[in-house]
Design a protein around this ligand. Structure first.
Ligand SMILES: [Zn+2]
Length: 458
């Protein structure tokens, strides 16, 4: 009897140990499988520490952007496409953190938790090793060309579905022929940075879209109020100035003519807390997550802003910074009746979580979005010129962001098309580009016309 009970206890202990061991392994497996499989010592995927089998990445029309098999990397055959898409495909030394081969490594490697590192057979890729993007390679190439060697970013996305069709950022280079970066460090400053996702700039007047939304919601009679602009305004010992004397203006006219004095008055009436609240609703201080990649958050902090600083903040200056992608998502929400659909670059629906596919957020009330949209439409008709955007039903706002004495301001142009058949929102930012309504608007015009033409063909 005694022997039997000792054995029973021993068996129980062993069974328990086995169970705990298995449980621990399963937990570790689900937790760390990706790290184990993707470790450079795994010879299924790596040769001499470099990936030699990754699969194929396509654009929205089926153009090959990148394919990697048995040690050979193939990019698109057109150098202009390779350059314009380099921040998406990455370079050969994996310097671009936001690049798809890094963000979607497991998918491209073609392994999963159930089957492990299964491989393609009889010369054909396993379907697990394909990745289809929403990007239009031709449109990205047009956008990159229109930047004309200037640093900056161009983004275009469908504000109903979230599909990003254009994501171009400069400077860039042909990954098959990398230049000698050290020979012209100025030209290639931050070359591995995807400026659409990973940069943040002083917003200048595009921020007036945030101040205006708060005014529409919280200042009674905001649309009929007349603001008086004598070209400048004294707050304590600081002066807020405009480029011209705007006289008596409504909120709509103040937005079209980008009157700093009117928007400073609006900001003072709203107060710091309210303006901060609307900026955060618009996406400031939150990093936008696109297909698992975090964009950089734009920043605003009005907690300790004095009166003059609050005035400047309302007009888009002060210490506030804006991320181009996040700003594009905000203007997309204005176009989409106040609902923001999270932008994405991946077309394969099975790769996106249900949460990703339904990621919609109310940013503005339907009424506020509609009024703000009409004000942006008026900007085009009254200032930017309908002729430059023929047939696009363009609703937009420009920005010319001062960045310091003696430096040329950054040029912004952002907005959306009020077209049921072409629901696109966009952003253009050019570092040191000067006037937003001139340089950035000209790039937007070319890229949006190209997008409209491509949509006709589709
Ligand atoms: Zn003014």
């Amino acid at each position: 009897m005694r022997l039997l009970s000792v054995r029973a206890v021993l068996l129980t202990v062993l069974t328990l140990l086995l169970t705990f061991g298995l449980a621990a392994f399963v937990v570790q497996y689900f937790d760390h499988a990706a790290t184990w499989v993707e470790h450079p010592s795994n010879s299924h995927f790596y040769k001499e520490g470099k990936l030699h089998s990754l699969g194929t990445v396509y654009d929205r029309s089926g153009k090959i952007l990148l394919s990697m098999e048995e040690g050979s990397i193939k990019y698109n055959e057109d150098a202009a496409v390779r350059t314009a898409l380099m921040h998406i495909t990455g370079d050969r030394d994996n310097n671009v953190e936001t690049a798809v081969p890094i963000a979607f490594r497991s998918r491209l490697m073609g392994w999963n938790l159930l089957n492990g590192a299964y491989r393609f057979h009889s010369g054909r890729f396993n379907p697990g090793q394909e990745l289809n993007l929403t990007l239009d390679a031709d449109l990205c190439t047009t956008a990159y060309r229109e930047l004309g060697g200037r640093k900056g970013a161009v983004g275009v996305y469908n504000y109903r579905t979230g599909e990003i069709i254009c994501a171009a950022t400069a400077p860039s280079f042909d990954p098959l022929a990398p230049p000698d970066f050290d020979r012209s460090p100025g030209q290639y400053e931050g070359v591995f940075l995807n400026r659409l996702f990973s940069a943040a700039y002083t917003p200048g007047s595009v921020f007036k879209l945030v101040t205006a939304a708060a005014a529409l919601d919280h200042l009674p009679g905001a649309e009929d109020t007349l603001f008086n602009c004598s070209g400048k305004m004294q707050i304590n010992n600081s002066e807020i100035s405009c480029l011209a004397e705007h006289g008596e203006v409504t909120l709509k006219e103040a937005l079209a003519r980008s009157c700093n004095v009117a928007f400073a008055q609006v900001a003072l009436e709203l107060g710091a807390e309210r303006l901060q609240e609307y900026a955060e609703k618009a996406g400031f201080n939150t990093a936008l997550k696109v297909d698992g990649i975090y964009a950089v958050a734009g920043r605003i902090n009005l907690a300790h802003a004095g009166k003059a600083e609050l005035g400047w903040a309302g007009a888009g200056q002060f210490t506030t910074t804006a991320n181009p992608l996040s700003l594009m998502a905000y203007v997309g929400a204005i176009g989409n009746r106040g609902l923001q659909v999270t932008p994405r670059t991946v077309a394969d629906r099975n790769l996106l979580s249900r949460a990703d596919l339904k990621a919609k957020k109310r940013v503005l009330s339907e009424d506020t979005a509609a009024t703000l949209g009409q004000m942006m439409r008026n900007n085009t008709l009254a200032v930017y010129g309908e002729g430059n955007f023929q047939g696009l039903e363009l609703c937009a706002k420009s920005g010319t962001a001062e960045v310091g004495q003696g430096e040329k301001p950054h040029a912004w142009f952002t907005g959306f098309l009020a077209r049921e058949d072409l629901p696109l929102a966009f952003v253009v930012v050019i570092e040191g580009g000067g006037s937003g309504s001139e340089s950035a608007a000209a790039v937007a015009s070319k890229v949006l016309q190209a997008a409209a033409n491509a949509a006709k063909v589709e």
